[in-house]
Design a binder for this molecule. Sequence first.
Ligand SMILES: CC(=O)N[C@@H]1[C@@H](OP(=O)(O)OP(=O)(O)OC[C@H]2O[C@@H](n3ccc(=O)[nH]c3=O)[C@H](O)[C@@H]2O)O[C@H](CO)[C@@H](O)[C@@H]1O
Length: 378
Amino acid sequence: MNAPATFPSRILTVFGTRPEAIKLFPLVHALEADPRFESRVCVSGQHRGMLDQVLAISGLVPDYDLNLMRPDQSLDALTAALLTGLGQVMDVERPEWVVVQGDTATAMAGALAAYYRKIPVCHVEAGLRSGNIHHPWPEEINRRIIGTIAALHCAPTETAAEALRRETVDRATVHVTGNTVIDALHWITARIAEQPELASGLSELERKFGGKRVIGVTSHRRENFGGGMEAIAGAIRRLAARQDVAVIFPVHLNPNVRQVMNAELAGLDNVALIEPLDYPHFAHLLGLATLMLSDSGGVQEEAPALGKPVLVMRETTERPEGIEAGTARLVGTDEDRIVAEAERLLDDPAAYAAMARAHNPFGDGKSSARIVELLARG
Ligand SMILES: CC(=O)N[C@@H]1[C@@H](OP(=O)(O)OP(=O)(O)OC[C@H]2O[C@@H](n3ccc(=O)[nH]c3=O)[C@H](O)[C@@H]2O)O[C@H](CO)[C@@H](O)[C@@H]1O
C-alpha cells in the first residue's frame, strides 16, 4: 500500500448526488470526529435540490461547492466540468486521500482527477457489478473505471469483494466493510427517535390512508425512461384500484419520471404523488410501507434491513444479496409481472412472511468506523 500515514492526514471526500451524500455523511462525521484526520468535503452539485436536503439533515457543510448542475447537460459536458473543477480543488488541498462513493459521474471524475495527481483513491461501495455495461448506464462503466484506479476498495459485501478479486485487483487492497447506508439508516433512526417531528410530515397521508396497506414506490433509473416508466405507472394504477391498498410515491425530480407519473396517476384516490422526501421522511415511509416497489439501488439495501419486501423494477441488479436472501425480487418492468408479484405479496400471507424477514446482508452499521481505520493505516 502507500507509505505509513503521518497525522493529521487530509482526506478530501467528493460527491454530488443524494445517494452519495446519504452513504458518505456517516464517514465524514467519523472523519471529523477523529483527530488523526483533517476532513475536507467537495460537492459537485450534480443533483442540486436532493443533495442539499441530505447536507441539511446531516449537518454537513461542504468546503467546496462546484454547483455544476445545468439543465439538459450532456454527460460529456458534465464530466469535463467535473474533471477540471475537482482537479482544481485537489491542487489547492493536496489531500493524502480522495474518497469517492459508488458510480456517479462525480465519483468517476473525482477518481480520475486524483489519479492524474497521483493521489490515492478510496472507493466506498466498491465491487458492485451488474455484468452489463449498458445496465445500469453509465454507472456500470463508472464503477469499473473507479475500480481500476482505487488504492483502497471498501466492498460492502463478500460478493462485491469477490467481483473485484476476479478482476485481478490487488487482493490486499480489497476489504469488506459493509455498506455505509446502514450506518446512515441507524443514524437517522436515532435522530428521529430523539426528534419525531423530523419525520412527522406524512401524518396527514397516514390518516387519509388509515387501514390500507401502503405500497411505497420510487423510480428514477435512466434505463426505465420511456416504456419502462409507462409500465410502472400502469402497474401502480392497477394496484391502486384495490380498496385495501394505498400508494405513496415520492416522485423523482427528473422530468422523464414526472411527466409520465403525473399523466398516468395524478388525481387517483389511493395514490399520493408527492415531492421527493428528505431522508428522515423517507426512512419513515420505509417503516410504514407493507412493501416497496423500486428501481433504486439504496432502497434495495435499506428495505431488507427493515424487513420490508422490495420488488425491484429492473432487468439486472448489482445488488444480488437481497435477492439471494429472499427479501428482494427482480421483477423487471413488465406491467403484468409487477402487478402479479405485488398481488401475490398482498394476498398470500405465507409469501409475504417469507420475504418480510429482517435481514441485513449489507452491514452492521459500523462500516464508516472500519473505513476510517483503513484510511489511518495509509
Ligand atoms: C445503478 C444504481 O443502482 N445506482 C445507484 C443510484 O442510487 P439510488 O438508486 O440509490 O438513488 P435514489 O433512488 O435517489 O435513492 C437514494 C436514497 O435516497 C433516499 N430517498 C429516496 C427517495 C426519496 O424521496 N427520499 C430519499 O431520501 C433513499 O434512502 C435511497 O436509498 O444512483 C446513484 C447515482 O447514479 C448511484 O450512486 C447508486 O449506486
